[in-house]
Design a protein around this ligand. Structure first.
Ligand code: NI
Length: 178
């Protein structure tokens, strides 16, 4: 897992032109990595890649109750190549975390409803509308593909600043960048 301090997290990803066998395997590996880390999403930069590829699986029991039914038509796990957000609506504020920022959480405001499109693992174009936590996960993972991270949306970083600095220093030492 690439942690905060690794420059790849800031590198915008490039579009996937051909979904090769290698990329399909990579997507399956990413799903396994996400599950074993107990995450609800994972984006390519987090595993050291720069393709516009991310995976998401928000289990029903993690979703806000009022959204379980409306989100049920979206098959999970989602494998998304070249995902784009088509529209956003509403607002939700909740604690957010990221597998690249172990044990760092902070409140982030996101849209409560997003429509998005992507090519699935078979290259088929899909369009869905998600709500709640799933909508949050879609926004979070797409942000990664643009070189963004969730802390970019945290207005008051006072409580996490020390942890962030410590993590970045540790990562850079490991990578030989410090
Ligand atoms: Ni993340």
């Amino acid at each position: 897992m690439c942690h905060w301090g690794n420059p790849i997290l800031r590198k915008p990803c490039f579009p996937v032109e051909v979904i090769t066998e290698e990329l399909r395997h990579l997507a399956v590996d990413m799903i396994e990595t996400m599950y074993s880390a107990n995450g609800v999403g994972l984006a390519a930069p987090q595993i050291g890649r720069s393709e516009r590829l991310c995976v998401i699986d928000v289990p029903e029991d993690a979703e806000k109750e009022e959204y379980v039914e409306v989100n049920a038509s979206i098959p999970m796990p989602l494998v998304m190549f070249n995902p784009e957000i088509l529209s956003k609506e509403g607002e939700q504020i909740d604690e957010e975390g990221c597998l690249s920022f172990p044990s760092i959480h902070a409140p982030v405001t996101r849209a409560d409803k997003v429509s998005f499109t992507f090519a699935d693992i078979n290259g088929q174009r899909q369009i869905y509308t998600a709500y709640g936590l799933l909508a949050r996960a879609v926004q979070h993972e797409l942000e990664h593909l643009n070189g963004g991270v969730f802390i970019d949306n945290v207005t008051d970083k006072t409580k996490i600043d020390a942890k962030l600095e410590k993590l970045a220093a540790k990562t850079k030492r490991k990578l030989g960048l410090a």
